[in-house]
Write a new protein. Structure first.
Length: 129
């Protein structure tokens, strides 16, 4: 019995981390390939890609993502890049604004993904009975 509970918890954590990773990937893909993607790809600089990668890594480390935590992660990464010499403060401010603006799309993706995972969990419970 204890083994089943542990397994279910591990599966739930794995699904949650998968959803966070998927949301992070969706945010990056939307930025580069969305409606303004061509313009964004031209303007992307190496430090912006590194900063976005750091945001994604920190999001993947979180168990649950909400708007407040997402904004905190973006702000923490921005603080680190603010001290670098080759980073223009206006560009950094624009990057932060863009990343925070993607929350609506990320939350939609999370809602869709969590609905799918709830359905799959319910189906697996029915099979187990």
């Amino acid at each position: 019995m204890a083994n089943k509970k542990t397994t279910k918890t591990k599966v739930a954590v794995g699904v949650g981390l998968g959803l966070v990773a998927a949301a992070a990937a969706a945010a990056g893909a939307y930025f580069l390939y969305g409606p303004k993607g061509a313009r964004n790809r031209r303007r992307v600089k190496s430090w912006t890609l590194k900063a976005k990668g750091e945001v994604l890594e920190q999001l993947e480390a979180l168990k649950a993502v909400n708007e407040k935590k997402y904004h905190q992660v973006v702000d923490a990464v921005a603080r680190r890049y603010r001290s670098l010499k080759n980073v223009d403060p206006r560009e950094l401010q624009q990057l932060v604004k863009e990343l925070k603006g993607h929350w609506r799309n990320i939350s939609k993706h999370l809602a869709r993904s969590s609905a799918v995972s709830r359905r799959s969990k319910a189906a697996s419970r029915r099979k187990g009975r």
